[in-house]
Ligand binder design. Structure first.
Ligand code: SAH
Ligand code: SF4
Ligand code: F3S
Length: 480
C-alpha cells in the first residue's frame, strides 16, 4: 500500500508488495529478519529488532552472516503461506551447511500452525506468535541448549507499548505506529482474529510520545495502524482492554487529534477504517487539521448486502454508501481506496454485478482486489461451501481490476494542472534525476530533483500522469 525504499521493503501479502529486510544494532551476534504480510507485521518486525538488539544482536541484510534468521509471516490467503513455506525450505537447506543457524518463524503463520512447523514438518527451530516477542531471547537460548522453542500464547493485554521500535529505514521520512492489536470482528472469511487474538488498544500517551520522538528524529509522516482503527478505545482504568463507557476514555477521533497536534509539519495517516464503525467525528477531526491527510482506506469487500451478511461484515450496501456520502460531505477532496474479494462462498452473478455497480458509484481512487481463499477454522470454512469455481473467481477479479484501472486513470488525469503539496520521500525508482513523494491524497508524485532534499515539503504542479503516478514540476506555492 505504501512504497518502501532501499532495503526496507515490505512483502505485503494483503496488498501484494515485496520483502522487508532490516538492519541496525551494535552487538556481536547477527540477526536477519524478513517480513511478509501487512504493515502490522512490518511494524512488529521493528519491535522484534528492538528486543533483540537489546540482547546484543545486530541486524543484518546479509543472510550469509546471520546466526539467527527470523521470518515474520502472513496467513491471510493460501498463496501467502505457500510463499513462506518455499522460503523456509530454502532456509532448511542452508542449515545443512550451517548446523548452528537458528531459524525461527514469527507472526500469523506461526500462530496458526503452532508446533506443527517444528514437530511434524521440522521446518524451523523456533515458533513465536505475535504476542510472544518479548520471549524471543529466551526462545533462541532454548534452541541453543537443544530444546524445542515454542511460544504461541495470545495475550489480552500485550501492546508492546513501552518498546521503542528500531526504525528500519534510518533517516526515514514515514513511519508506522501501531495503535491497536488483534481484532474482535470475526468477518467470516478472515483468519486474523485467530492469529492475532482479541483486540486491545495501546495507551495514547505512549502513542503520542512515539510520534514526538519520530518527529524529533526527522520523520514527517506517521501512519496509525490497527485492523479496525475506528474501534480504538483506551480506558484509563482497564489498560485499554475492557471498554467501560462509564470511565474516562480516549476514542480514535480524540487520539488522532492528539497526534495531529504533535506538530503541524507531521503528516498523519491511518489504516484500516471499518465501515461499520467509522463515525462522523473522525471525519470532522480530519477536516479540522491540515496535517491529517485526506485519504481513507475503507474496505467494502462486496457490493451486495447478502454477501456482506454472509461475510459477517456488520453493514449493508446502503450503510456503506452512506459512509461514502459522509466522507464526500465532510472532506470533499478526500481520496478513498478499498479492498474487494471476488468469488466469496455462494457469490452469484447478480451479487458480483452489485460489486461492479458499487465500484462505479463510489469511483475509488485505488483498490486492492483478491480472489477468495478459504482459510482453515474461519466461520466461512465451517458454515459455507467455497463453491465459486476458480475460473469464475478469476474472471470476476479481472473484470473489477479493469474497472478500477480505468477509475484510477481518470482520477489521475483530473489532477493535471493542479498544484499539490508533496512530502519528499527520496529518489524516484526509475531515475536518479527525479525525486518522488506523496500528496495528501496518497498519490505518488515524481518531479525533477533540483536541490531539494527528502523529508521536506514542496509544491508540485502536475503536468502528466500514468495510471499509478503523477508527474510534475516544482513550483513556488499552492497557487502557482
Ligand atoms: N482489517 C482489515 C483487513 C485486513 S486483511 C479490514 O477489515 O478491512 C486485508 C484484506 O485482505 C481484507 O480487507 C480482505 O479484502 C482480504 N482478505 C482477508 N481474508 C481473505 C481471504 N480469506 N481471501 C481473500 N482475501 C482476503
Ligand atoms: Fe479480518 Fe474483519 Fe478483523 Fe479486518 S475487521 S482483520 S477483515 S476480521
Ligand atoms: Fe497477514 Fe497477519 Fe497481517 S494474516 S495480513 S500478517 S495480520
Amino acid at each position: 500500500m505504501f512504497e518502501n525504499h532501499g532495503a526496507n521493503k515490505v512483502i505485503d501479502e494483503s496488498k501484494q508488495g515485496e520483502a522487508t529486510i532490516i538492519e541496525g544494532g551494535t552487538g556481536a551476534k547477527k540477526l536477519y529478519v524478513e517480513s511478509y504480510g501487512c504493515q502490522m507485521n512490518f511494524s512488529d518486525s521493528e519491535v522484534v529488532a528492538s528486543i533483540m538488539t537489546k540482547e546484543g544482536y545486530t541486524t543484518t541484510r546479509n543472510i550469509d552472516e546471520a546466526d539467527v534468521v527470523l521470518i515474520n509471516t502472513c496467513s491471510i490467503r493460501e498463496n501467502a503461506e505457500t510463499r513462506v513455506r518455499n522460503r523456509l525450505t530454502e532456509f532448511k537447506k542452508r542449515k545443512q551447511d550451517q548446523p548452528n543457524l537458528v531459524v525461527g518463524i514469527l507472526g500469523c503463520m506461526a500462530e496458526r500452525l503452532k508446533q506443527s512447523l517444528l514437530e511434524e514438518e521440522q521446518l524451523v527451530d523456533l515458533v513465536a506468535g505475535p504476542d510472544a516477542y518479548r520471549d524471543l531471547p529466551n526462545l533462541v537460548d532454548e534452541v541453543g541448549s537443544g530444546q524445542r522453542a515454542v511460544n504461541v500464547l495470545l495475550s489480552r493485554e500485550e501492546t508492546y507499548a513501552d518498546i521503542s521500535p528500531v526504525r528500519l529505514d534510518q533517516g526515514g521520512v514515514s513511519a508506522f505506529v501501531t495503535i491497536t492489536r488483534g481484532c474482535d470482528n470475526m468477518c467470516s472469511f478472515c483468519v486474523v482474529p485467530f492469529t492475532r487474538g482479541r483486540e486491545r488498544s495501546r495507551d495514547p500517551e505512549t502513542i503520542v510520545q512515539e510520534c514526538k520522538d519520530l518527529f524529533a528524529k526527522g520523520y514527517r509522516e506517521v501512519t496509525l495502524l490497527g485492523q479496525n482503527v475506528d474501534s480504538y478505545r483506551w480506558n484509563m482504568s482497564s489498560k485499554g482492554v475492557i471498554k467501560d463507557e462509564t470511565k474516562a476514555t480516549t476514542n480514535f477521533a480524540q487520539l488522532m487529534e492528539m497526534v495531529a497536534l504533535v506538530h503541524p509539519d507531521l503528516r498523519v495517516r491511518f489504516s484500516t477504517s471499518h465501515p461499520k464503525d467509522m463515525t462522523d467525528d473522525v471525519l470532522e477531526v480530519m477536516a479540522k487539521y491540515d496535517n491529517i491527510c485526506p485519504y481513507i482506506h475503507l474496505p467494502v469487500q462486496s457490493g451486495h448486502t447478502d454477501v456482506l451478511e454472509r461475510m459477517n461484515r456488520g453493514y449493508s450496501r446502503e450503510w456503506y454508501l452512506d459512509r461514502i456520502a459522509a466522507i464526500r460531505r465532510i472532506i470533499p477532496n478526500c481520496a478513498i481506496s478499498t479492498d474487494i474479494i471476488t468469488g466469496f462462498c455462494g457469490e452469484t452473478d447478480e451479487e458480483h454485478e452489485a460489486t461492479v455497480s458499487l465500484m462505479k458509484e463510489v469511483k475509488y481512487d485505488y483498490a486492492y482486489m483478491f480472489k477468495y481463499s478459504e482459510r482453515p477454522k474461519t466461520l466461512a470454512e465451517r458454515k459455507f461451501k467455497d463453491d465459486v469455481p476458480e475460473d469464475v473467481k478469476g474472471r470476476r477479479l479481472e473484470e473489477i481490476i479493469q474497472i478500477q484501472n480505468q477509475h484510477s486513470k481518470e482520477w489521475n488525469e483530473k489532477e493535471i494542472g493542479q498544484v499539490h503539496q508533496v512530502l519528499i520521500e527520496g529518489p524516484s525508482k526509475r531515475s536518479q534525476e527525479h525525486l518522488c513523494g506523496r500528496n495528501g491524497r496518497n498519490a505518488m508524485v515524481v518531479f525533477p530533483k533540483g536541490d531539494l532534499v527528502k523529508g521536506t515539503y514542496c509544491y508540485v504542479k502536475i503536468n502528466d500522469c500514468t495510471s499509478a503516478t503523477l508527474i510534475g514540476e516544482v513550483v513556488d506555492g499552492p497557487n502557482a
